[in-house]
Design a protein around this ligand. Structure first.
Ligand SMILES: *Cc1c(COP(=O)(O)O)cnc(C)c1O
Length: 351
């Protein structure tokens, strides 16, 4: 390691589900059941594909600076005028932190949750304060509000990754009423949930709702995240974010995908069908899910051990040991294609 690399990058960072894949390949599997990354098993919508292909003709030119055509389509889709874009929601999260955080500022996260908030905030010199969720993974609202006292920014994921539960709109409202801290509500899985938070945008000037086209829209490999933001936030966000973060091909695909909402409806129905089956048939304790994945308590086995056992049978799932604040006996499994789900249920019942 060169001595000039910052200390935080000399420690292990974000964990990707690569070990499961290595194990499966070692066993000789080439066709893998991919249930580790909460992706959509359905391919990209044909309309989106067609528009992406056409956009390739113009990639010698830089994309439009603010992708106005796409932001307007997203604004119509969400019924909220002020939209910002990023290279995945991860890119949005990073740019939001860059917009708001000076060195040493506090950032609050309700853990266990998506670990990138902590990684990204730490990388941008914030002090991260983790507020533990309750035993059932619901947010400890008074503790969260208390944690926000000195904070510039707080992250709340609903439905939460990896626990799959919602924080109710009333609870979110309680938090917003009690604090001035900017609240980033991560709605990566909102299309699979029976919940809606968008109406809060009109009432609060310190709320951001993050969304992504990676999950419900099958665009994980194209990287498009966006956020509903208060109007005052648009201009500072543009100053802080990477120029041209969204490329032409991705923007065109997103426009195509937004014109094919049947794709989202089918994905949602597929998830609802299999989610119910998963919760009925998995021979371990599970948790209620409002997302396209379920959290499984694998006691007495360690999550890592279950992940290995499944990988050796060609099934990739996520061991949850790397999520701060979660024990070492959980795995997270997403709804895949029919054959992947059937294989997973057969194998986990036979282990
Ligand atoms: C998948 C995910 C994201 C990021 O998605 P992108 O692919 O970067 O758009 C953000 N938050 C949560 C909770 C996620 O699970």
């Amino acid at each position: 390691m060169r001595p000039s690399v910052r200390g935080i990058y000399q420690r292990p960072g974000y964990i990707y589900a690569t070990r499961a894949e290595e194990l499966a390949r070692k066993e000789g599997y080439t066709r893998l059941a991919r249930l580790a990354s909460n992706e959509n098993p359905f391919p990209l919508s044909p309309q989106a594909k067609e528009m992406a292909r056409e956009a390739l003709d113009e990639v010698n030119r830089y994309p439009p600076e603010y992708q106005t055509c796409l932001t307007e389509a997203l604004a119509r889709h969400c019924s909220w005028r002020h939209i910002v874009l990023g290279n995945g929601m991860d890119g949005v999260i990073e740019a939001v932190i860059r917009t708001l955080i000076d060195p040493g500022d506090e950032v609050v996260v309700a853990e266990p949750t998506f670990s990138f908030y902590r990684v990204a905030a730490t990388a941008q010199t914030a002090e991260v304060r983790g507020v533990p969720r309750k035993k059932d993974f619901s947010v400890d609202v008074p503790a969260f509000i208390h944690g926000c006292r000195e904070a510039k920014l707080a992250f709340l994921c609903t439905p939460n990754n990896p626990t799959a539960n919602l924080t109710s709109c009333e609870e979110v409202r309680k938090i917003l009423d009690a604090t001035d801290t900017m609240l980033f509500l991560d709605n990566a899985y909102i299309e699979f949930a029976d919940a809606e938070y968008r109406d809060l945008m009109a009432e609060y000037d310190h709320l951001i709702i993050g969304r992504t086209m990676s999950k419900a829209f099958s665009m994980a490999g194209l990287r498009l995240g966006y956020a509903l933001v208060p109007s005052w936030f648009v201009s500072p966000y543009h100053r802080a974010s990477t120029p041209f973060a969204v490329n032409r091909v991705t923007a065109a695909a997103a426009l195509g995908a937004l014109s094919d909402l049947d794709h989202v409806r089918e994905s949602k129905a597929h998830v609802a069908y299999w989610r119910k089956k998963f919760l009925e048939s998995i021979p371990y304790p599970t948790f209620p899910s409002q997302a396209n994945f379920v959290l499984i308590d694998t006691t007495p086995h360690r999550g890592e051990e279950m992940m290995e056992q499944l990988a050796k049978r060609g099934i990739l799932v996520r061991s949850c040991e790397s999520f701060p604040g979660l024990g070492d006996h959980y795995i997270r499994v997403n709804i895949g294609a029919d054959w992947e789900n059937e294989l997973f249920l057969t194998v986990i019942n036979a282990l």
